[in-house]
Design a protein around this ligand. Structure first.
Ligand SMILES: [Zn+2]
Length: 288
């Protein structure tokens, strides 16, 4: 009797909530996802579409290796249904804060994938970026099974774009003269890009971000640039490039940009980031 009354009341309340609607349904509350980097937030939006609202922890242009999380971002974490981060130590300063404050499961996107010496920057190989997106899709489906069809369709469409990007990068980098396919970068973010697309990493300025290179490091770098005939070096906008510019100036080589962990103005998605990198590689090293 009471149960029947409660049910009737619930029906009445629902009718009010729906506003007497002519078929207009109240939009379902979106899944709340948090991603550490804007690149991963892009992946979550691609797979999640309009079922998911995504908050990015790191402000644009920030170095994830040394970043510390302000309190207001911790509140986003506690409200999250799902949290996506890279793992493998990329989010060095905030990993513990993420894990201990997350309101839902924390998915480490690189977990279990084969690494090159434990280096965390797997997404700079478009094929491995696709593995990240598949993992996001699976986590979304597990958390929100009703969205399965949408998540699968969104992901399939995006994986086709990644595949196209991967082939474009492969073909374009193949056209760079073999003797020029050398990378000198600021931090050690590009072993996966190099391995996938046939570039050789000749030198990195700092092996772990947050370190300051010494005068001796700079002298060594100049020596490497001159002896190897490297045509260009690549800075990353989230790091102070003074040292690299100094060495490049001494060695008489060009300085261009490569993007790794963060976007640059005018670059607002992973695919744009990779295409930007490709143009910089072509400009610095040659090829068409
Ligand atoms: Zn990095």
């Amino acid at each position: 009797m009471l149960a029947a009354l409660a049910a009737a009341l619930l029906v009445a309340l629902l009718a009010v909530a729906c506003g007497g609607g002519n078929g207009d349904e109240q939009p379902a509350a979106k899944l709340r996802a948090v991603a550490s980097l804007e690149i991963f937030a892009d992946f979550v939006r691609q797979a999640g579409g309009d079922r998911v609202a995504v908050v990015t922890l790191l402000p644009s242009g920030t170095d994830p290796h040394t970043y510390e999380l302000p309190a207001r971002r911790v509140a986003d974490l506690t409200r999250a249904d799902l949290v996506f981060m890279n793992g493998l130590g990329l989010e060095e300063g905030i990993g513990d804060v993420i894990v201990s404050n997350a309101g839902g499961p924390v998915i480490e996107l690189a977990e279990g994938l084969e690494t090159i010496g434990g280096n965390p920057h797997l997404w700079l190989n478009a094929r491995l970026a696709a593995r990240y997106v598949e993992r996001i899709r699976d986590a979304l489906i597990e958390h929100d099974p009703e969205g399965r069809d949408a998540y699968e369709a969104n992901t399939a469409a995006y994986l086709r774009e990644l595949d196209e990007l991967d082939r474009e990068m492969e073909a374009a980098i193949e056209s760079i003269p073999a003797e020029n396919r050398a990378l000198v970068t600021f931090h050690d973010a590009f072993p996966y890009l190099a391995a996938r697309y046939g570039l050789e990493i000749v030198a990195v300025v700092v092996t772990s971000p947050g370190q300051e290179p010494s005068a001796r490091d700079v002298a060594e770098l100049v020596e490497i640039l001159q002896s190897q005939g490297v045509p260009a070096v690549f800075k990353e906008p989230q790091f102070n490039a003074a040292v690299l510019e100094l060495a490049a100036g001494d060695a008489g080589v060009r300085v261009l940009n490569l993007l790794s962990d963060a976007y640059l103005e005018g670059v607002d998605s992973y695919i744009e980031l990779m295409r930007f990198n490709l143009r910089q590689l072509q400009e610095g090293l040659g090829g068409d």
